[in-house]
Design a protein around this ligand. Structure first.
Ligand code: MSP
Length: 507
């Protein structure tokens, strides 16, 4: 069976991880985990993009070798994956031999096929953007700030014959309208392709940039960062070996909207096509986290440190918030009050309190054992129906990357368990000697336990640790795959309840 192969963008090694990086990893992790629960054989790749002028300059400023600088940052990014409970199977660094080898192999292949040529060019060069820029990029006669220092330079370089593939790419995109998710982003790419494509400058002279992968056919040049970075998606899975066939094509490249155009929707498809390699199946393009309306970025100093939030509230609270708050594809504004309100309200009150209540009552009324449900009346029927509806909708939402809706549905169900508990009021039934009341008391605790088990199993890709904890505390039955154990039908009778536990202490 072909693997379900999913990747994140690889992060620039030019600063510490921020909320944008953390979000992308969590989003991709949720996709990976939900596909595993759906029974797919998943391979999940993330990593770091370590070459380029900025890295060289920053390392120089700090008086250390670029590799020392990126080794240090790689530990931070790997630490981020650990702290966010990311289930990646591999972490690629573009400074690794296995990667350099494939970049050089592709370059040589394209060079031998006449797809790369040398030419002299005079033009304006932006150091910050690490690219040539054009007069038409000026705004009101000035270079936009994101270009930093722009200088006119004359240079010999190598170019990839990208322009000749323009009509092929257009055709491909028209024939594959679901290549990009969300679909509306395709329009932007088609708009971009209305202008003639230039050939792509894929080299940088070594005297300007030495921190890169040397061109195999001319060691006086290193490879342009995008031509280097994009190749990670195939170098990591052993391009050129049998292993590659099991993984490629990637099912989803998960990326932010700033790097869709042109790198992932123009350069990458054309590079692959020119090399005779199949294209990835989809790009999944997410939006930006903003702070008070503007993009978080290191250069403006506007950043949220994801690890601080994790330290304060825990990994799952962070994962929950970013998945609940952002509609995949759109932007979302981060604010701590919003975080707190979801944390205290949804995680603390709706979910956490339900668990504490159940464990507490189980300890007091049933000696810590989950009783059997013997009564099915209107409140039970309503609860079972709500589960069926919520799970059907949530399952569909998972498949469609509408994770915020999946959470909305599952939390609607969790609130209905709380309402059910209010209606049955086991704490009142416990005062009665009547056997019919005793049966109702048992039934209500059994239904609460089963409801919690199901809710936890449904939430597992998003808050995996919490779900394991809940399942362990409520009967010890964990669901690993969604094709079994997701129907209402308590198998928990006679199983133990754990000690009273506070999942999300008030923040
Ligand atoms: N190195 C390139 C990607 C190469 S992929 C072959 C790069 N690195 S990055 O560190 O700048 O960004 C990594 C990912 O984080 C990108 O997908 C980017 O869109 C995402 N984010 C960076 N800032 C972001 C926000 N503020 N919000 C959400 N995601 C954003 O680009």
């Amino acid at each position: 069976m072909k693997k379900f192969y999913v990747t994140t963008a690889i992060d620039y090694a030019n600063g510490l991880p921020h909320l944008g990086h953390a979000y992308e990893k969590v989003l991709t992790d949720v996709i990976a985990r939900s596909r595993r629960m759906a029974g797919e054989d998943v391979y999940f790749l993330t990593g770091m993009d370590e070459h380029g002028q900025k890295v060289q300059q920053t390392a120089n400023k700090e008086g250390i070798e670029p590799i020392e600088f990126t080794n240090n940052l790689a530990e931070h990014f790997k630490g981020l994956c650990r702290d966010l409970n990311i289930s990646n199977d591999d972490f690629i660094r573009t400074t690794e031999e296995r990667h350099k080898k494939v970049v050089q192999e592709l370059l040589q292949k394209l060079f031998d096929a006449g797809e790369i040529y040398e030419a002299e060019y005079t033009g304006f060069y932006s150091t910050r953007a690490e690219q040539f820029v054009l007069e038409k990029d000026k705004i009101d006669g000035d270079w936009p700030e994101e270009f930093g220092d722009v200088q006119e330079i004359q240079e010999r370089n190598y170019y990839f014959r990208q322009s000749k593939y323009q009509s092929w790419l257009l055709e491909f995109l028209k024939e594959n309208p679901d290549f990009i998710y969300p679909r509306y982003r395709l329009k932007q790419v088609l708009e971009f392709l209305k202008e003639p494509l230039n050939d792509l400058c894929i080299s940088r002279p070594i005297e300007r940039l030495s921190w890169g992968i040397p061109l195999p056919f001319d060691e006086k040049f290193v490879t342009y960062v995008w031509f280097d970075a994009l190749v990670n998606y195939i170098s990591a899975i052993g391009y050129g070996t049998d292993r590659f066939e099991e993984y490629w094509p990637a099912d989803y490249h998960v990326i932010g909207k700033d790097i869709m155009l042109p790198p992932h929707s123009v350069y990458w498809p054309i590079m692959l096509h020119a090399c005779g390699i199949e294209l990835p199946r989809h790009l999944l393009v997410h939006g930006w986290w903003t702070l008070a309306g503007s993009k978080m970025s290191k250069s403006t100093g506007k950043v949220v440190n994801p690890l601080e939030m994790v330290d304060k509230f825990g990994t799952d609270a962070f994962r929950y918030f970013v998945m609940r708050e952002m509609t995949v594809g759109q932007d979302s504004d981060f604010s701590e009050p919003l975080f707190l309100s979801r944390y205290n309200g949804e995680l603390g009150n709706d979910l956490g309190n339900l668990l504490s209540r159940l464990l507490n009552m189980g300890g007091r009324y049933t000696e810590g054992v989950i009783p059997a449900a013997t009564v099915v009346e209107q409140p039970e029927e309503a609860l079972h129906k709500q589960w069926e509806k919520s799970w059907t909708n949530a399952r569909k939402a998972y498949d469609e990357f509408l994770f915020h809706l999946a959470l909305e549905e599952i939390f609607e169900f969790i609130r209905s368990i709380n309402r059910y508990a209010e209606v049955r009021a086991p704490w009142k039934l416990a005062k009665s000697e009547d056997p019919a009341d005793r049966a109702l008391l048992d039934t209500s605790l059994a239904n609460m336990a089963e409801g919690l088990r199901l809710a936890a199993s449904a939430l597992k890709p998003i808050i995996p640790q919490t779900c394991d904890t809940i399942c362990q505390l409520v009967g010890g039955k964990e669901v690993e795959r969604w094709d079994e154990g997701m129907d209402w039908g308590s198998t928990l009778a006679g199983c133990n309840l754990g000690e009273k536990t506070i999942l999300f202490p008030r923040g």
